[in-house]
Design a protein around this ligand. Structure first.
Ligand code: ADP
Length: 989
């Protein structure tokens, strides 16, 4: 049969092989090859790759085209297909000798544009991992604008799609742009980066093993588990970039971090260490991020500096009772080499820098990290957690790069010592939420409706920054869009929505009666609740069939979809189950505590003291079986929880608070006597109040003359969140009336939009105004909006380093101008531009009691300074103005000077690092001349020359109030500095 007939006859199989994974990658690779072989022209390509059209339609278009082009093209097409498809996908297709030979095209084509076509497959692969760098080169050379770069870097695209987009874009810019790109790639290659793996001669068995590992990893990671195990969503279709941030501020990174940066050099703090930690709250997307990393590697789309990638889930390792060696761990747990195990393991040991291990969910191990028990021999057997700790600290398999994920609470100082770097995963950005919702709903009109309803419920929008909640909200869009006034406000509301959604999804009789649905499924809820509750107590997240049985969980209960079959290969090949997400396990545990009659009376109290579960779970023999014998003793006796358990207990307690709130009472009345509910609710209130009292008592008495300040201790924000879940303002009022403090410091507390909602809900009931310090969190624009309800009680607001843009400021100021107490704001190191100054100008014009405005290290230029000056001209109160690290230049300084020269209140002005020259300095000298209140002027790190300093000296001669003018690092010679200091001692160089 000729190639053309083969294409026709096998149309269905080919379509399936190309498209069924949901990813366009295979199709695009085939197109690359056809391009390179000269079988496609640009117009063909455009006819096939129609943006927004279904993948299957594009593939059909390609098949039609190659068929009409004849036997030769079909032969090339089949050869391309054979090359591109992984073995298992191409299995059903016969190529039976009809493939034409793919020719190596000469690199030296007549024109660079031709080279771009003939080398397309290899260029796509070379560009991955350095797309941003290549774009930078093109921008610097003037061939690309930043808008061109944005078009390439659309987050929706995979790295290989971005590479193709880049090639297409460069092509449209002409020969000279193409030359720049080709030269860039050449240089990169000459410098040896990225690693040229072809030079390494790999043993044949190793290559076979590599293929086996990558195809099993690709199969494991290409779908996201969704509920019921029935609907599978392709990771390519749904994956949305989360926000990554380095734990240690790194000056060179001015761009958003991408996945590749996790293993890249950026932000490294300890070159000796091999382990990178990705930390984030439950549901922030840590597992999904690793899954994406695995998939990109397995497909050859990224992370190709690593020849082998071994994925581990700590949850999966937990059930491993036997002692293992590293070799056994790798081969038995990840992928078994069919032959030459020793040779392959030797190769791994000899080339550690070409190997990557990932460990998901370190916080789910029973044991806290410790580096006491050292092991260095990879063939020596040890308990799995000891192996893990030794791998992480590098005493085993030194040089192998390891990526570990964990919740932040579970990461202690001992582990931090062994980290190469730490990266925070901060959930979705506002545009990420938008992108996720659009990906989740294939019908754009539904997506638009969901987004619209989120915009009108900002509390819910805040919750959606957490990917797991964004997923729930998208999943339950019908309930969300239909619920009008009852739209969810709290995390408990969102989880109740999913509970109802899942239960009714399967139920044959759709119970439309508002409250009866829970009653109808009470038994299921209790069974799953008991399983979850006991699991939380023993840090057990993977359950055997027997454990399900013990709690009465039936097959029907499982089929509802809250439990899914564990992805991790079990060591004894029996089926194991886990909750769809750990937060869902916490939710069921909370439901059990609220609804069941079988829990101890002191359960709630112990839960809020975070020392509950170790004792509570002890009666369950089957759960005890999860623990190694050495742990059992400790389990029975232990009173304290480990750091790793705390977050789950906290989440459970938060749900208990929410479920026991007055507004959900009617839901539980049919299932549980109302007296019992009321009693439990009172117990929660007492616990919250007691917990807060403990925090308040920790406030030290102020030193005389200083303000009374409270630095939040761990757990404070959690208690605030519990109070918010209850949604009873009397409770919030009661608790807050006892807090007497002038300054509330919540720096580095992981505060995002969700926490802001809770904080504002509670803090608005404070008796006296406070300074609220939220520096170094992830408040963002949505968080700022959430804080507005408590703005009236803030006399100062510190929001340094919080990812805030002009949009957030617009909302903040609109409220701020109406708040009598609001007098100071600090916004150092955010993402502000000139647009924000219009709002501040309005604030200064309107509020004649505003005292301090600090906008350092943003992107404000002369234009912004001029706008600000409009407000300053008519303001009669401002004392402190900080614009350190912006770009206002001479023109900006002149505008500010003319607005401030007659100020009677300004005490402190900083224009450090603003590109101010002598012209600006001479203008600023007028402030010194005329303003009687100024004490300090900061002009360090500018480009002021002798001429400017002369003006300042002359002005100072007429002013006795100014204490110092700071001029370090300007354009003066040493002699000039000496001379000027002698003439005016208040100048500081
Ligand atoms: P974690 O491991 O931090 O607890 P997961 O990775 O399990 O969080 O994420 C929970 C859920 O949130 C996932 O099942 C998925 O539905 C959604 N999710 C998380 N991250 C992403 C992402 N980057 N893109 C799309 N969905 C995501």
């Amino acid at each position: 049969m000729c190639a053309q007939e083969l294409v026709l006859k096998q149309r269905t199989q080919i379509l399936h092989a190309l498209c069924s994974s949901g990813s366009a990658e295979h199709l695009e690779q085939v197109l690359d090859i056809l391009f390179a072989q000269g079988e496609l022209i640009w117009e063909d390509y455009q006819n096939i790759q129609v943006p927004g059209r279904a993948l299957y339609t594009n593939a059909r278009q390609l098949l039609d085209l190659v068929y009409t082009k004849g036997v030769h093209t079909c032969g090339i097409f089949l050869a391309a297909l054979e090359q591109v498809l992984p073995e298992e996908r191409g299995d059903g297709i016969s190529f039976s000798g009809c493939c034409s030979e793919l020719k190596e095209k000469d690199e030296n084509q007549n024109t660079s544009a031709q080279t771009l076509l003939t080398q397309r497959p290899i260029l796509v692969s070379k560009l991955q991992g350095c797309i941003e760098d290549a774009l930078k080169t093109l921008v610097v050379s003037g061939h690309f604008t930043s808008a061109d770069s944005h078009e390439v870097l659309v987050p929706l695209y995979t790295p290989s799609q971005q590479a193709r987009r880049l090639l297409d874009h460069v092509r449209s810019k002409g020969e000279s742009a193409v030359n720049v790109l080709l030269q860039y790639i050449q240089q990169k290659q000459d410098s040896g980066l990225p690693l040229n793996q072809e030079k390494l001669s790999l043993p044949k068995e190793f290559i076979r093993y590599q293929k086996k590992l990558s195809s099993s990893l690709s199969a494991q990671s290409c779908f996201l588990s969704t509920y019921g195990g029935t609907s599978h969503m392709s990771l390519d279709d749904i994956y949305t970039e989360g926000q990554l941030e380095l734990a240690h501020h790194c000056v060179d990174v001015q761009r958003p971090l991408g996945l590749e940066d996790i293993v890249g050099a950026v932000g490294t703090v300890n070159e000796e260490a091999d382990t990178v930690l990705v930390s984030g709250e439950a549901g922030s997307g840590k597992s999904t991020l690793l899954q994406r990393l695995h998939l990109l590697w397995a497909r050859g789309a990224a992370f190709q500096d690593f020849l082998l990638l071994f994925p581990f889930s700590c949850r999966g390792l937990y059930s491993q009772q036997r002692e293992l060696s590293v070799q056994e761990l790798l081969f038995q747990h990840c992928c078994w080499p069919d032959r030459e195990q020793e040779e392959i393991f030797q190769f791994i040991q000899d080339h550690p820098h070409l190997i990557l291990f990932t460990f998901d969910g370190l916080d789910e191990l029973q044991q806290s990290f410790s580096d006491e028990h050292r092991l260095c021999c990879p063939t020596q057997r040890a308990p799995v957690h000891i192996l893990l700790f030794n791998l992480i600290q590098g005493s085993l398999m030194k040089g192998v790069r390891k990526v570990v994920t964990s919740r932040p609470e579970a990461v202690g100082p001992v582990l931090k010592k062994h980290l190469r770097k730490e990266v925070f995963l901060k959930g979705f950005s506002p545009s990420g939420i938008d992108c996720f919702v659009r990906k989740h709903h294939s019908d754009p009109s539904v997506a638009a409706k969901v987004l619209e309803s989120l915009q009108t419920n900002t509390a819910l929008l805040g919750l959606c920054h957490s990917p797991v909640l964004c997923w729930i909200v998208s999943q339950c869009h019908k309930e969300l869009l239909g619920c009008g006034e009852g739209s969810p406000q709290t995390i408990t509301d969102v989880y109740l929505m999913i509970l109802q959604h899942f239960l009714q999804h399967q139920s044959s009789t759709k119970n439309t009666d508002g409250f009866k649905w829970l009653q109808e499924h009470k038994d299921t809820v209790l069974h799953l609740g008991q399983l979850a509750f006991k699991g939380i107590g023993t840090s057990c997240y993977v359950f055997s069939g027997t454990e399900l049985e013990t709690c009465g969980v039936s097959e029907k209960d499982v089929s509802l979809g809250f439990l899914i079959q564990s992805r991790d290969m079990s060591f004894d090949n029996s089926k194991r189950y886990e909750f769809l997400h750990v937060t869902l396990q916490c939710f069921f545990a909370a439901l059990y505590i609220v609804v069941s009659n079988n829990t101890d009376r002191s359960t709630i109290q112990k839960l809020f003291e975070l020392r509950y579960m170790r004792e509570a779970g002890q009666s369950s023999v089957c759960f005890m079986a999860c623990l190694p014998s050495s742990e059992k003793q400790e389990f029975v006796l232990g009173g304290e929880t480990t750091a790793a358990e705390t977050p789950n207990l906290q989440i459970t307690a938060t749900f208990v608070s929410g479920l026991l709130s007055q507004r959900h009472r009617s839901l539980f009345i049919p299932c549980c006597p109302s007296t019992a509910m009321e009693k439990r609710s009172r117990q929660v209130c007492r616990c919250l109040s007691k917990g807060m009292q403990k925090h308040f008592k920790s406030i030290p008495q102020p030193v005389e003359g200083e303000k009374k300040s409270m630095h939040a201790m761990p757990g404070f924000v959690w208690l605030i969140k519990c109070i918010h879940e209850m949604q009873e303002s009397q409770i919030a009022k009661g608790v807050m009336s006892k807090l007497e403090v002038d300054h509330l410091k919540l720096t580095y507390c992981n505060i995002g939009p969700i926490e802001c909602t809770a904080l504002a809900y509670v803090l608005q009931h404070l008796k006296n105004p406070v300074g609220l310090q939220l520096d170094n969190n992830s408040v963002g624009d949505v968080g700022v909006e959430q804080l507005l309800p408590c703005l009236h009680i803030c006399y100062s607001l510190y929001l340094r380093n919080n990812n805030i843009t002009d949009e957030g400021i617009c909302k903040l100021i609109a409220k701020g101008v109406k708040c009598g107490n609001f007098q100071k704001i600090a916004l150092f190191n955010n993402k502000l531009t000139d647009a924000c100054t219009l709002h501040f100008s309005h604030l200064l014009k309107t509020k004649q009691d505003f005292l301090s405005l600090r906008l350092g290290n943003n992107n404000i230029t002369a234009k912004g300074a001029k706008q600000l000056a409009e407000g300053l001209k008519v303001n009669h109160s401002l004392q402190f103005l900080g614009l350190w690290g912006n770009k206002i230049g001479d023109a900006g300084a002149e505008a500010l000077a003319s607005a401030l020269e007659n100020s009677k209140t300004l005490v402190w002005l900083s224009l450090v690092g603003n590109g101010v020259g002598s012209t600006g300095a001479c203008a600023l000298a007028n402030i010194i001349k005329n303003c009687t209140s100024l004490e300090e002027l900061w002009l360090t790190e500018n480009c002021i020359t002798r001429r400017g300093v002369e003006c300042l000296v002359e002005a100072l001669a007429q002013n006795t109030h100014v204490k110092s003018v700071w001029l370090k690092n300007n354009d003066l010679s040493l002699e000039e500095v000496e001379e000027m200091t002698q003439r005016e001692p208040r100048l500081v160089f």
